[in-house]
Design a protein around this ligand. Structure first.
Ligand SMILES: Cc1ncc(COP(=O)(O)O)c(C=O)c1O
Length: 376
């Protein structure tokens, strides 16, 4: 196992600030600079054959993501962002019959309700279930025989709560509904085995916990692939895209959820971070994350700060959300001192595998100081 000092040396950002912002944008490893230089050299020495290598590298990243989340090769496809991939999944679903319901929660990232409301014109009927904390009981109750799909977050972006995917999958599958999981806030911080969970679709992206940039990914349960016919599509989804003829059929693997010409730089950059995380191992990442978030909780309690994140380790992801008067102002003041976190209705404090406990303490000391300044 790589020691933490060696790991930290891989992330130049950590030399410039105190960084507790990894659920918003993760730090990028220094070896990405080599990737960028190589990319530039490729552009200036352009030859048409380069595309085949780029497509191979894009596919290799998708397969590496698959390995990281317990999925087989060929079950993951990438694109520039999660919203694009989710929309593409949505166009595979039929809302013309009795099953028109899309069940989601009030904990979702804005893309989710925004997108499904758009699908009302195709017959989708969105039900947003308010959850008390993170208990999924109300969600289970809303899933019925009219439900086409359940589209939920794994980790809530504004509270850090984890939803119990096992219960959601069990209930949805019992009534014949599909489960689509937005795992952007958890892949890279929380262990996930999509095969063991039996989820139908799972989405995530590189630029938060995965220490990458400019790419997102979609896992599709392999046995569902033959029945998927996306309406939002492109030439790369065809069975023989480089034949450059009207597509005779869909690609047999997850590539059938591709669109047009990809942006290969995102997967190339993101491969560096993924390989580092895989080297450390997700169990070690989780162990360290819980140690850091335990410390944040301890310090918040000592300072009498309200915590929005569940305390039970099984119910919290990698972030702790703190609420107190003037929190947004405190975030801005911290940023002015080179202390980086985010504010989404509360102060989101997100350590990662490269964060030290000493940094967590320094961060909470700074919050104490700035709260007093703002409260004056
Ligand atoms: C839970 C969640 N889903 C999705 C996204 C972003 O999606 P996209 O890649 O479409 O920008 C975020 C990022 O901020 C997020 O926190």
């Amino acid at each position: 196992m790589m020691d933490q000092a060696t790991l930290r040396a891989e992330f130049p950002l950590l030399e410039t600030c105190l960084y507790l912002n990894s659920n918003s944008t993760g730090a990028i490893p220094r070896r990405v600079e080599t990737v960028l230089r190589r990319y530039w050299q490729t552009l200036v020495n352009w030859r048409d054959e380069i595309w085949s290598g780029w497509l191979e590298q894009t596919q290799a990243y998708a397969d590496a993501v698959a390995g990281f989340i317990g999925a087989p090769p060929g079950s993951v496809v990438t694109d520039v962002n999660l919203s694009t991939l989710l929309a593409r999944v949505a166009t595979c679903l039929d809302f013309t019959g009795r099953r028109t319901k899309v069940v989601t929660t009030d904990l979702e990232f804005p893309t989710v309700p925004f997108l499904w409301r758009g699908f009302a014109r195709y017959g989708a009927d969105l039900e947003v279930v308010p959850l008390q904390g993170h208990d999924v009981g109300a969600l289970e109750a809303a899933i019925d025989e009219r439900t086409r799909c359940v589209c939920v977050t794994h980790g809530a972006y504004a509270t850090g709560a984890l939803l119990d995917l096992e219960r959601i999958v069990a209930r949805a599958h019992a009534v014949g509904a599909k489960v689509i999981v937005d795992a952007y806030q958890t892949v890279g911080a929380v262990p996930l085995d999509v095969t063991a969970l039996g989820v139908d679709f799972l989405l995530g992206g590189a630029h938060k916990w995965m220490c990458g940039a400019s790419t997102a990914f979609l896992y599709i349960r392999p046995d569902l692939l033959p029945e998927l016919r996306p309406a939002a599509t492109g030439w790369l989804a065809g069975a023989d895209p480089t034949g450059f003829r009207p597509a005779a059929g869909w690609a047999p693997d997850a590539r059938r959820l591709s669109g047009g010409t990809p942006m290969p730089l995102g997967p190339m950059i993101s491969r560096v971070g993924l390989d580092l995380l895989a080297l450390v191992g997700i169990d070690e990442i989780r162990r360290h994350s819980l140690a850091c978030t335990d410390r944040i909780l301890e310090r918040a309690d000592a300072a009498d700060i309200q915590v929005l994140t569940p305390r039970d380790p099984d119910s919290r992801g990698g972030v702790v959300c703190l609420r107190f008067p003037g929190a947004e102002h405190v975030r801005n003041r911290l940023a002015g001192r080179g202390i980086v976190c985010s504010w989404r209705g509360s102060l989101r404090v997100a350590p990662h595998i490269y964060t030290t406990i000493a940094e967590v303490d320094a961060f909470m000391d700074a919050v104490d100081v700035e709260r007093k300044q703002v409260g004056r």
